[in-house]
Design a protein around this ligand. Structure first.
Ligand SMILES: NC(=O)c1ccc[n+]([C@@H]2O[C@H](COP(=O)([O-])OP(=O)(O)OC[C@H]3O[C@@H](n4cnc5c(N)ncnc54)[C@H](O)[C@@H]3O)[C@@H](O)[C@H]2O)c1
Ligand SMILES: [Fe+2]
Length: 384
């Protein structure tokens, strides 16, 4: 079977990546819409970007209202600003939320209608040039063909998936991640880990996606606890920024599976940050998928150095699952109850969440494909 592999046209990574991007930025047009959040403005990251744009005489307008995971109405607002201000390209700077918003705004600017109508459909017209500048080492949105926008009318986190959503330019400077507080560092790092594990164990995995997935997993095991406990370690931040990028490339090409399928409904219904809901689910879903993915999990045990001589593939796979759960434990991930979710509300929401999880298509990529009852059981396990 043939496999399609796609990545951004240009990736510039490492310290001073923004400055090195100047000529690329200039080639995209005379006026940019900068999509971001208030924190990026406050931290001075937007100023670093606008200083670069000033130097190359590109004008801009800043839309900084993406202060939570993006909704369809934020996309509408961004589209209006883009059109009224006659922008020619879009720069998303921030975590996955501003980058995903940038993609969705770009899609609607050129294709019209509401972003809510785009689910499950191919995007017809090419988007304006897109530039992604991540400030979390997490989503990998800078490299993916995915954008996730919540429809607040139906309470569904919509998964938009189209190669036209891949950024033209990804600027990955680890310096931007230095200010991320430990809780954000942990949740976003686990998101990247989940992308890589799910890409590697996906039914759609192939040799090109495997290379990126394995490289990301090794880097994350080596560096996630370090960036969580010592956020100013630039060497570890650099490794995590590249790991998140690699994990994004891996899952954009091989898809995610049951964890992400189940994670999005928790985010939509209970406003749990994306990385946190992944972390809660990873520890119950990994043992579930193990019987279908034993050989692959055994390989990962070898890659991260927890496979011991004489272990059977089953024991090797267990060793990887145990190592992952141990890493999660060091990051102090809250349980749903600790996060403040009422058990009663959660159990009431399980049937809708299970239906929405299956409808997203992601669970169908798992090497052990769950049915609706099994997904409901996995949700319940979060409370045991
Ligand atoms: N498009 C994709 O491929 C993809 C993949 C995974 C997740 N997502 C989506 O991305 C969104 C989550 O993105 P995220 O996890 O990066 O979080 P986020 O963008 O929502 O940011 C979380 C918080 O961290 C803050 N923050 C970000 N960078 C910071 C920094 N350097 N210093 C200090 N604070 C910082 C933000 O201001 C915000 O308050 C979700 O909607 C999720 O569904 C998209
Ligand atoms: Fe994710």
């Amino acid at each position: 079977m043939a496999n399609l592999f796609s990545i951004p046209q240009v990736i510039i990574s490492g310290e001073k990546a923004l400055q090195m991007s100047a000529q690329h930025l200039k080639s995209y047009g005379e006026k940019a819409l900068i999509v971001t959040d208030d924190m990026m403005v406050k931290l001075g990251n937007v100023k670093k970007l606008t200083d670069t744009l000033d130097e190359i005489k590109v004008s801009y307008v800043v839309y900084s209202a993406i202060n939570c995971e993006p909704t369809h109405s934020m996309v509408d607002e961004g589209v209006e600003i883009y059109k009224n201000e006659e922008c020619e390209f879009i720069i998303g700077i921030g975590g996955g939320s501003p980058m995903d918003s940038m993609k969705a705004i770009g899609a609607v600017v050129k294709n019209g209608g509401s972003i809510c109508d785009y689910v499950g459909k191919a995007i017809e017209h090419i988007l304006p040039p897109l530039v992604a500048i991540p400030t979390t080492a997490g989503t990998g949105s800078e490299a993916t063909k995915v954008s996730i926008i919540t429809n607040t009318i139906t309470d569904v986190k919509m998964l938009l998936n189209d190669p036209k959503l891949i950024a033209n330019l990804a600027i990955v400077d680890p310096v931007f991640t230095l200010t991320a507080p430990p809780a954000v560092t942990a949740a976003t790092g686990v998101d990247a880990l989940t992308h890589a594990i799910e890409a590697y164990t996906s039914l759609k995995a192939f040799s090109m996606s495997d290379i990126y997935a394995v490289s990301a997993i090794k880097k994350i095991f080596d560096n996630l606890y370090e960036v969580y406990s010592n956020g100013s370690n630039i060497q570890a931040r650099r490794e995590m920024a590249i790991a998140a990028l690699e994990a994004g490339i891996a899952f954009s090409n091989a898809s995610v599976t049951v964890v992400h399928g189940m994670s999005r409904p928790i985010g939509a219904m209970f406003h749990v940050p994306h990385g946190l809901s992944n972390a809660m689910l990873l520890k119950v879903c990994l043992p579930y998928i193990k019987p279908g993915a034993t050989a692959r999990l055994n390989n990962l045990a070898k890659e991260i150095g927890v496979f011991r001589q004489g272990m059977t593939p089953d024991e090797g796979a267990d060793a990887f699952v145990v190592a992952t759960i141990a890493l999660l434990r060091t990051l102090n991930i809250p349980s749903p109850a600790e996060f403040g979710i009422s058990r009663e509300d959660f159990f009431k929401a399980i049937p809708k969440m299970a239906t929405d999880a299956l409808a997203s298509g992601s669970p169908g990529n798992t090497r052990r494909i769950p049915n609706e009852d099994e997904i409901e059981e996995l949700y319940k396990k979060l409370w045991y």
